[in-house]
Design a protein around this ligand. Sequence first.
Ligand SMILES: Cc1cc2nc3c(=O)[nH]c(=O)nc-3n(C[C@H](O)[C@H](O)[C@H](O)COP(=O)(O)OP(=O)(O)OC[C@H]3O[C@@H](n4cnc5c(N)ncnc54)[C@H](O)[C@@H]3O)c2cc1C
Length: 492
Amino acid sequence: MKKALIIGTGLGGLTTAMRLTTLGYKVEMVEKYHQPGGRLNQLKKDGFTWDLAPTFFSMSYEFDEFAKSCNLNLPFDFFPLDPLYTVNFAGNPKKFIIYKDIKKLAKEFGGIEPDFEKRMQEYLKKTGTLFHDTENRIIRKNFNTALQFAASLVSVPLKHGPLMLRSMWTEMNKHFTSYEVKVIFSLVAFFLGATPFDTPAVYSMLTYTELVHDGYHNVRGGMYRIVEGLVAELEKRGVKITYNTEIKSYLQNDKGIEAFVDNNGKQWKSDVYVVNADAASFRGEIFGRKAYSPQKLDKKKWTLAPFTMYLGLDSKVNGLEVHNYFLGQNFEEYSSKIFKNKISLDKPYYYVNVPTKANPEFAPEGCETIFILCPVPDLRHKLNWDDSEVLAQNIINDLSDRAGFNINEHLVTKTVLNPLHWESMFNLYRGSGLGLAHDLNQIGYFRPANTDEKFKDVFYVGASTIPGTGLPMAVISSRLVTEQIVKRYGTV
Ligand SMILES: Cc1cc2nc3c(=O)[nH]c(=O)nc-3n(C[C@H](O)[C@H](O)[C@H](O)COP(=O)(O)OP(=O)(O)OC[C@H]3O[C@@H](n4cnc5c(N)ncnc54)[C@H](O)[C@@H]3O)c2cc1C
């Protein structure tokens, strides 16, 4: 029986483990953190529970495809969100509710965007065509040579060409006039860890995926049910996971990798190795590759870093929904600063999730659990986070004002994670939250490959290899890497 060692238990690692066991491989996993899931993790403290990072996902059919190909009943339940989220602008008492129904959505923008329904239908038609013209040609595919990638790009209808060249914001300006509409429907750029000003307009297809195609989904009982369910299934298939174990180096022989070596000097030997750690920084740090040295990696484009807060309150909060955005009135100026701003943001833009509205069991009775995410510069641009408390308090005060509820008075527990924590918990390069950015020179063939350039027995899965970041992408990534492994070693 062929053995596979998977380094990391993020969603990419767990789904690859499941696919490989389905094909007859004996799988073992090692994980640096004390529990599985990587960024898809959970925090429990003082009687409260929080999903650590992801709070919803798109492209749910990727999970269905995964389950089918693993002969599995998905071990968790998900349901569609509608409305998707709300958006609040500073100084504007109106809370915009983002419905999937375009007629209902049009009512939200009545008076501020003339002909909203017609304009949005046109926008969705264009972005929908783009999505369907690229999904199977670019997103769900392995590229082993530059020629293959070029051939796939050329097969995308020419009419989409201009969208590669202009920014998402420029594209919004072509379709809409109101500040609020343009800002709200370019928030999808932040799901890619960037801003609409530096994200190519091709990604405006994400508006089609959120409003029309498959929308967003939540998991009953919280996002961590995905991990708990998968780990329970993997245990049934005999997969052993060892935690608090970080791979630090490797030994090689004339055939390839002799073993990976962990922080205690233990050697991990296998026939096949799948790296779920960051595909770019692992090549630099563990294999010492010059192309992935810190100098080279720092020149690449990385996604924004997370600044996250986990609050427990002794009371319920009115005025907040499950998913809420709190934005200012200076979107363009703000976006131009957040990548490199060294000082604490006094008027931050942030996302608030109140999981207890959907899962009351996340807090003691009558209490509320709140998760806040504020995208901030990564550690290349802001290394000192001694001011974390200042930023945390700015956000709490701002949210209290805008939600009309004094959070400080009801705060029972508070945990703050800045980019330094995120870097050290999961080895996220410079604390970047979503890994390598998705500029056109960092996707497809140009992204770190899922096969290793030197060792035939080493493969990669996860956010910084193909196709990219986000939960459905991690699931697709596991299919693509499994295809590469089968191509080389076959099924067992
Ligand atoms: C704050 C935040 C919010 C997000 N929100 C969403 C969302 O709402 N929806 C969505 O779809 N996506 C969201 N994402 C993105 C999503 O979490 C990631 O794209 C996805 O979870 C990445 O999975 P992965 O397989 O790449 O692995 P990771 O989650 O990065 O897991 C890799 C694992 O490898 C381990 N590891 C690393 N190095 C080593 C080593 N040397 N030895 C042993 N183990 C190692 C790490 O500890 C980690 O557990 C969010 C991300 C963040 C940070």
